[in-house]
Design a protein around this ligand. Sequence first.
Ligand code: UAG
Ligand code: ATP
Ligand code: API
Ligand code: MG
Length: 477
Amino acid sequence: MEYDSRRVKSGHVFVAMRGEATDGNRYIEAAVAKGATAVVTDSREAYEKLRHEHVGVGAALVERGRRALAEVSAAVMGHPERDLALSAVTGTNGKTTTAFLLEAMLRSVGRTCVLIGTIETHVGDEVRVSPHTTPESRDVLEIFADGVKAGATEAVMEMSSHALEQERVWGLPVDVAMFTNLTQDHLDYHGTMEKYFAAKARLFEGVGSTPPRIAVVNHDDEYGGLIEKAAIGCSELWTYGFKKNYGGVPEFRAENVTLQAGETSFDWKTPMGTVEMRSSLTGRVNVYNLLAASCAALARGLSLEQIAEAAGKLMPVPGRFETIANQLGFTVVVDYAHTDDALRNLISLARELVAERGARVITLFGCGGDRDKTKRPRMGRAAGEGSDLVVLTSDNPRSEDPMTIINEALVGVRETTARCIVEQDRAAAIEIAIRAAKVGDIVLIAGKGHEKVQILRDGTVPFDDVAVAAEVLREIA
Ligand SMILES: CC(=O)N[C@H]1[C@@H](OP(=O)(O)OP(=O)(O)OC[C@H]2O[C@@H](n3ccc(=O)[nH]c3=O)[C@H](O)[C@@H]2O)O[C@H](CO)[C@@H](O)[C@@H]1O[C@H](C)C(=O)N[C@@H](C)C(=O)N[C@H](CCC(=O)O)C(=O)O
Ligand SMILES: Nc1ncnc2c1ncn2[C@@H]1O[C@H](COP(=O)(O)OP(=O)(O)OP(=O)(O)O)[C@@H](O)[C@H]1O
Ligand SMILES: N[C@H](CCC[C@H](N)C(=O)O)C(=O)O
Ligand SMILES: [Mg+2]
């Protein structure tokens, strides 16, 4: 079963899907030439052509290629999705972190899990690279099938708005669905916030499946109320947060929150009782991520005590507020903030951390190429507003000219009073940011987190913010 002609081998079934960039129906000839023995298509024209020109090749005409890919893959693989209790998380920021935290909680009580998300894919103890945050249905189901073989009973996955919109998750029965938040991103793809929201909301309505059993929704987020409406078909609605917001306080809430670098604690009030949570994660956004993951763990049958114990042992997630050790008296953090909201949260956390020391916040960032252009000045403004020094650089320029992207972000930085240094070369920019730091300062290296490459017009080159920063720190020491 293949949806990309380039992956077809002798004996495969090729499913032609219509995409944004091209149409899989154009590659039927190529798939047949590579040995496809059957073709599933949603084009009558392609179907008729196949029946007349390739009589030995099986042909099926379906209504929608992508849905057929999901349905046929599930059937061929023996419905692995039915053997896994699936928890899915959507939202602009916090998906990867929440998914990692939930998987760690489930593992802490001995459950074998599948994890699918941005950083990596886990099949029990096996770690695989993730080509996408949410892969195509066929690939998700293959991972699920491998998970079932490895003894997994649980799956935790991030569902990106692209995947929900494109129905890469068609037919997956979601047990617990989590919503983190919605702020501006991906408008290049969705066009408007309304459409971006509608894609996220589909998780709660069920995509080719019945709606999730339990919806876990961030009550403090502006879009939480709308998600709650979309979740009308879910059997239960659990709200989490800190604040009194629309329609009262969240049911699963954090009280008496204390936040320090490398230490977060709060009382977790739930309808099932209260428990004290302590974790080594840093920052307010991670209280939200902990709340979402803890609600899902509770929904999956863990006790409050088991969850609190697991929270105490959680490891930080790679590239999410990852501090780079040094003896120089300042703090260097690598973080995946790549939206204006994430930058704002990150910088305000840094401000809180340096407040007592009267020290400075130095923020390095860039904006991705071939992605939402309207977020560039917004990110520039967010970076400038909270920082003393901004170092503006490149972050995966892809097919675009790096200086054009930088200049679009610079418009936002210039609306603020922050000093700004532009350095297109990211490694050189990291060196500038770190060399500018004095004792007590905090240097934020934002946007690429765990990523191991820089995607440039001329190709993809190895690049790792953590390694580059560590190297600069070694040179200085
Ligand atoms: C915008 C977007 O989501 N694009 C994804 C989408 O492409 P598409 O539907 O437009 O498909 P297309 O490229 O037009 O091709 C149509 C069909 O022809 C097939 N084809 C194409 C060429 C060929 O030679 N032979 C062939 O058979 C393709 O495999 C496909 O089945 O489906 C393709 C097949 O799965 C993905 O490779 C592609 O990811 C592109 C590369 C991408 O960059 N996607 C990013 C934006 C993405 O999906 N990101 C999200 C969210 C990230 C986050 O915020 O966390 C993610 O889930 O990763
Ligand atoms: N709950 C949250 N609310 C707001 N911002 C957050 C939250 N959690 C994390 N962040 C910020 O967003 C960044 C990305 O976090 P994370 O990777 O967990 O999100 P994601 O939704 O998976 O992102 P992506 O869609 O790009 O994969 C973090 O590095 C941090 O700066
Ligand atoms: N999943 C997001 C990640 C963006 C990360 C940033 N480094 C960039 O390349 O813009 C995207 O593909 O838009
Ligand atoms: Mg992610």
